[in-house]
Write a protein that binds this ligand. Structure first.
Ligand code: ATR
Length: 291
């Protein structure tokens, strides 16, 4: 694509942003659609998010993604916030309005689309969710919104799981989230579950770690979804597979959160065929990914 006087700009604000795969997603989509658009990373120093958002608006930046550590900090800098993003308290996508930006959380819709693409349902399911940090808290909201029957929220620190459960249950108007200490997985009902791994354990460079090692836990999982995608296969995924379950990493969640952002910015619908092309481009980044 030739950059010229009509090129529109999107980008990512965060710190650090050096390792992001988002430019690959958006620049591939721009090429597929023939859009005159570039997507670039913008490292933003601590304490300068508000300036960054105001500056982006003044510069006519079409849209921004927001990553760690600014997903919550950016909220007061926005004109409007979508209701799911507001209840989660985290925004990862800014869409241009006439005078500022509206914030969305496409991470959660992205996770939902990734799961749907793999044939995984949330509605009516009994789910184990590992972790009660920012990522798992958002997943807990998603499960409640998508009508999961029950979510067992297992966390090393019980208080945090209790706090998330209280908040999400209040918002959902039903007792959907049940907090439990991680070590007490033995007291889960005797059945097979969909398990979502939302802790930071196993993330590169600590690739040899898992939040739970006991294989009795993994025998209860029919499908395991790890939000992590570096490494390609986490210890959690290996243990799920070893014990007869299907396992997925978080790369499709990354893919679809980007696709939804691109759709919001450009008013287009990305087909599954186009999504697959972008996925293959992302996958080629991982030496250990299967063909
Ligand atoms: P994020 O925003 O990625 O969710 P976070 O808010 O720091 O990150 O949350 C990290 C999650 O991983 C928490 O659930 C944390 O458990 P605690 O609440 O008990 O801290 C979990 N976690 C981190 N290291 C862990 C470990 N070694 N074993 C079990 N859980 C761990």
């Amino acid at each position: 694509m030739e950059i010229n006087g009509k090129t529109r700009t999107c980008g990512l604000i965060g710190n650090p942003v050096e390792h992001t795969l988002s430019p690959m997603i958006h620049n591939t989509l721009a090429k597929l659609f023939g859009h005159n658009l570039v997507y670039v990373p913008f490292p933003v120093e601590t304490g300068r998010v508000e300036e960054a958002v105001t500056g982006a608006s003044a510069l006519g930046i079409l849209g921004l993604n927001v990553t760690v550590p600014y997903k919550s900090e950016v909220i007061p800098c926005l004109r409007e916030v979508d209701s799911l993003a507001a209840s989660i308290g985290a925004v990862n996508t800014l869409v241009r309005l006439s005078d500022g930006y509206k914030g969305y959380n496409t991470d959660m819709e992205g996770l939902y689309r990734a799961m749907t693409a793999e044939g995984i349902r949330l509605a009516g399911e009994e789910i184990i969710l590992l972790g009660a940090g920012g990522a798992s808290r958002a997943v807990a909201y998603l499960c409640a919104v998508k009508e999961a029957k029950r979510v067992y929220l297992l966390n090393r620190t019980l208080d945090k799981a209790q706090k998330v459960a209280e908040e999400v249950n209040r918002c959902a108007g039903r007792e959907v989230i049940q907090p439990m200490p991680l070590a007490e997985f033995d007291s889960l009902p005797d059945q097979k579950f969909l398990a979502i791994q939302g802790t930071s354990v196993g993330l590169y460079p600590n690739v040899e770690q898992a939040a739970i090692w006991d294989e009795a836990f993994y025998r209860r999982i029919h499908t395991g979804f790890d939000l992590i995608y570096t490494p390609w296969e986490t210890v959690f995924m290996k243990l799920v597979r070893k014990n007869g379950g299907q396992a997925y990493n978080g790369l499709k969640m990354l893919l679809y959160q980007g696709i939804i952002a691109y759709e919001l910015w450009n008013g287009v619908e990305v087909s599954e065929k186009e999504a697959q092309i972008v996925y293959e481009a992302l996958k080629s980044h991982f030496a250990s990914a299967p063909d």
